[in-house]
Design a protein around this ligand. Structure first.
Ligand code: NAD
Length: 249
């Protein structure tokens, strides 16, 4: 029970096969009360119900600053405190760099990067007032190796931006007792890539992974658990790879 007595917000956790929901289940099993925030509010509510009593699902578009503030206020009303924020929501788009339109660029930056800022800002006053908090942010191996698997260059740029943003937040918020870290997963089997990789490409990818398999959502959920819990009490500004060795640096 690594999170007994704690409460957590997890964004982008409404999809049953996603990293966010695997994290929500893992946190609940470890004693946390969980708030699932997702742009799909209906699914957020049913996903929270699946976790059992005491958890909540709240509609939230992380690209909208006011909506983030409203959703966090709703969670505070329900739980009275927020100990953990997992900035997990994200979208991707397989597109070549030449073909990225202005709208594509904005959409991908907005959800993957701006959303991390807005939701973090929304929990900051509360965490600061309690001099305590753990924030973990979703980046990607795509940020480190320059994409090349599914997402376009705009996705790599957004996920690289998350690394810079999280490190700067770690530096600024450390004195307030708030830790900020990142995870950089490799290819994890979820709806974001389901049906989008040919068998041939899949074999090629696995051949390049020392641990010999693609990742599953639980692989990432376990690292989020570590970063959310007091096991990582002296860790901030860190980036943890969850990629089976796909990228060793
Ligand atoms: P997923 O599609 O199941 O999860 C993404 C979730 O984000 C969905 O529930 C979606 O409804 C939600 N979302 C989208 N736009 C939103 C918005 N504006 N506001 C709030 N919620 C919104 O896919 P996943 O693979 O579980 O992705 C989770 C995160 O992991 C994403 O940030 C993704 O970029 C990142 N990631 C995934 C992989 C992978 O291989 N699956 C690898 C590295 C990083």
């Amino acid at each position: 029970m690594l999170l007994a007595g704690k409460t957590a917000i997890i964004s982008g956790a409404a999809g049953a096969r996603g990293i966010g929901f695997a994290t929500a289940k893992t946190f609940a099993q470890n004693g946390a009360r969980v708030a699932i925030l997702d742009i799909d509010g209906k699914s957020a509510v049913s996903a929270a119900a699946e976790l059992g009593a005491g958890h909540v699902g709240v509609a939230c578009d992380v690209t909208d600053k006011a909506d983030c503030a409203r959703a966090v206020a709703d969670v505070l009303k329900a739980f009275g405190q927020i100990d953990i924020l997992i900035n997990n929501a994200g979208i991707t788009q397989p597109v070549k760099v030449w073909d990225i339109s202005s709208e594509d660029w904005d959409r991908i930056q907005d959800v993957n990067l701006r959303g991390v800022l807005f939701l973090s800002q929304a929990v900051m006053p509360h965490m600061r007032s309690r001099k305590s908090g753990a924030i973990a942010c979703m980046s990607s191996v795509s940020a480190q190796r320059g994409g090349g698997i599914l997402g376009g260059a705009h996705y790599s740029a957004a996920k690289a931006g998350v690394l810079g943003l999280a490190k700067a937040m770690a530096r600024e918020l450390g004195p307030d007792g708030i830790r900020v870290n990142c995870v950089t997963p490799g290819l994890i089997q979820t709806d974001i890539n389901a049906g989008k990789i040919s068998d041939e490409k899949r074999k090629e990818i696995i051949d390049g992974i020392p641990l010999g398999r693609l990742g599953v959502p639980q692989d990432v959920a376990n690292i989020y658990l570590f970063l959310a819990s007091d096991l990582s009490a002296y860790t901030t500004g860190a980036v943890i790879d969850v990629n089976g060795g796909m990228l060793i640096h």
